[in-house]
Write a protein that binds this ligand. Structure first.
Ligand SMILES: Cc1ncc(COP(=O)(O)O)c(C=O)c1O
Length: 392
């Protein structure tokens, strides 16, 4: 049976249309790549213009730059149910992960348990901690991850939503087990924040990282690190800089102090354009009801799953109750397929042997139709490209 948007579409469908109108390029383009990079909004353009105007009017508007960092930090904190003092603004998720790994004393508890669906960024940061004595275990499933925890485990790394097939991991379940054994939990929420409700208290995590450029509708250059108890770290960070000081403007290069709040994990001058973009994106997201957003997105992903499956595609989609904001299809050469789709103004995201199609509140059923039609046109031209057709 085909999924219909009736019933799954949010009551505020008009709001979805109004939201879409803030992304003018969507009139010509089906942007189904928010799992890679969010679409460009009028608000993003306005933010870039505002930065240039600030520079034109003040020359060196450092105070205004700092206001953007403060706004982005505060909005991200409230989005995840945290306090601004628990959030560090970092350049990317890798640095956020490193800041946590490098403060752990692996001699006491050497084990870090991660998973094979970890985004490489974090996986590589964990592996590099072998230099400091960490013993890294890659697991294949949430159950296996929970089973591998023991009293020697210092850190467990869990994706909130798998970047490949968008399966949502049972973070709370893993966190409860980890905490019972005295281990701490870091969550990579990059594929979830901005497109579904995320609450750090409900997740029960100690740390969480997410960046601004995808569903948070900003640009590359800003990510956020949530730290539940920033005052309680084994060691102070070794990657630091003047923004990580108690008073960044004390100008005392021979004194290294750390504030009690998460700002201790910050380093040097932030990427200012990305901070303007992050604040603008977070303002947009703050205007949404994220339960509505999640339901809207799920309706679209179910429609796409049904249509693509009926067309003979091998679709990878988590069960609706465990699904993030994208689905994927198997393909022999997803990069080539993505290029074909882009020429038809359907923007999708290839990863490995998968082509991901992701949905945000600005997407609508016409985007799904456009994607399905373009994929069908590709298969008609290159039937051998579909290596795993679903038996019909
Ligand atoms: C789940 C996930 N984590 C992290 C990243 C990116 O990490 P970084 O900010 O270090 O580039 C991505 C994608 O770019 C991702 O999908």
């Amino acid at each position: 049976m085909r999924a219909s948007l009736v019933g799954t579409r949010p009551a505020s469908a008009v709001d979805a249309a109004a939201f879409r109108a803030r992304f003018p390029a969507l009139a010509q383009t089906a942007h189904l790549a928010s799992c890679s990079l969010g679409a460009r909004s009028v608000d993003l353009d306005a933010a870039m213009e505002a930065m240039l105007a600030d520079m034109a009017s003040e020359g060196a508007p450092w105070g205004r730059f700092e206001d953007q960092v403060t706004e982005a930090r505060g909005r991200f904190a409230s989005l995840i149910g945290a306090r601004p003092q628990q959030v560090a603004v970092v350049p990317n998720a890798s640095v956020g992960a490193y800041q946590i790994a490098s403060t752990i004393d692996w001699s006491r508890r050497p084990r870090l348990v991660t998973s094979r669906v970890e985004f490489p960024s974090l996986g590589h940061v964990w592996l590099a901690q072998q230099h400091n004595g960490a013993d890294i275990t890659f697991t294949a499933s949430p159950d296996e991850q929970a089973q591998h925890l023991d009293e020697r485990t210092a850190l467990v790394s869990v994706p909130l939503v798998d970047y490949r097939d968008a399966r949502r991991w049972p973070v709370r379940h893993i966190a409860d087990r980890a905490h019972a054994l005295g281990a701490r939990v870091i969550v990579d929420a990059y594929q979830a924040v901005g497109v579904q409700p995320v609450d750090v208290t409900e997740l029960g995590c100690d740390f969480l990282v997410a960046g601004s450029m995808k569903y948070l509708l900003g640009l590359p250059g800003v990510a956020f690190l949530y730290v539940k108890s920033p005052e309680l770290v084994d060691r102070t960070p070794v990657l630091t800089g003047w923004f990580g000081r108690v008073n960044p403007f004390s100008f005392t290069p021979d004194q290294l102090d750390f504030p009690p709040e998460a700002r201790k994990f910050e380093t040097g001058t932030p990427a200012v354009p990305a901070c303007y973009a992050a604040a603008a994106g977070l303002r947009l997201i703050s205007s949404l009801d994220l339960v509505n957003v999640r339901d809207h997105v799920l309706g679209l992903s179910m429609l796409a799953t049904d249509q693509l499956t009926a067309a003979g595609e091998r679709v990878q989609a988590a069960p609706p109750g465990q699904r993030g904001a994208h689905i994927a299809i198997k393909d022999r050469d997803p990069v080539r397929l993505a290029a074909f789709l882009a020429r038809r103004r359907v923007i999708a995201s290839p990863r490995g042997d998968l082509l991901r199609l992701s949905f945000h509140f600005y997407n609508d059923t016409a985007d799904v139709e456009a994607a399905c039609a373009a994929i069908a046109a590709y298969r008609a031209q290159r039937p051998e490209s579909n290596i795993h057709p679903t038996p019909r």
